[in-house]
Design a protein around this ligand. Sequence first.
Ligand code: ZN
Length: 339
Amino acid sequence: MSFKRVLGQEQPKKILQNALQNNSVSHAYLFYGQESVGKKLTAIEFAKALNCETSGPKDSCDACASCRKIEQRIHPDFFLLEPVKSSPTGREAAIKIELIRDLQKKLAYLPYEGKTKVAIIDGAEAMNPQAANTLLKTLEEPPSATVLILITSNPFQLLPTLVSRCQGVKFHPLSPPEIKQILQQKMTEETESFPASELELRALRSMGRVSRALEEDIGSANVYREELLDLLAKISFKRMDACFKWSKQWGKQPGQIQSVLDELLNMIRDITVLKTGSRNTEFQNGDILDRIRPLAEKKSVPALLRMFDSVLQTKSALAGNANLQLSLDHMLIQFCKAA
Ligand SMILES: [Zn+2]
């Protein structure tokens, strides 16, 4: 298995495998890119390849004692740090200075039984300034036979001095076919189970993220989409009663409104893309394109863009605690004006 376990991400794999092959592995890497696209998995497979007892330099066997210990997180030269919540109910998770100091002590020694010590810091942006400054010392004077891998979906939240001392490796969102393949793999391994009919839709709606494909509540999304198709078909000053019925209903459900509005944004985006005739675009609502097409025929592109803008404004007003019912009514009036 080894690097083969990482589906997609051909460019990052190539960079790392070339470094292994040419014996030019950096002492520090920054793996960055949106959440849930395989950064941590790649880092773990890289650690295996660096320490494998049997396979060639470019990959690991995934079977020797070293590979198995890394897989089980019990290898004495493999360290995986992740943000920890200060209390079970706390919202903010952090990587504190104590964890970094502890790591530094462990990295000061030569590898205990492997060839290279590998330390992965997942969610590196969760290091507070003291922790980040402490880690900087390690990067300035890297211990021998050590590879440090920082992982983040927000590189701009890291100290620039940290970033500049790492080799950057960019991870891209996964394509729907890649996501579908990952879902199928998880079903084969029986770690997840979905109705086969949902796989395609989950992949299309994943936004390139495995976690979203796995966790999305497809049932709720289908309910929202039905209502939104109905609403968009009725938008006009002549049918204000039907529009306000929708806003009255959702005006009482603040918990779900941001998801509903995200769904609305996706739908307006898909209608606009259909309208402009773009090809090879992955539609989030790819399974109901035949129902979206009549809406595309009725609305102009400038009107759709105004509607999109109006939803964005509503989302931001609600995030700032604006009155839900009034905001939705206002949005629908903007829709009618645009239509
Ligand atoms: Zn091995």
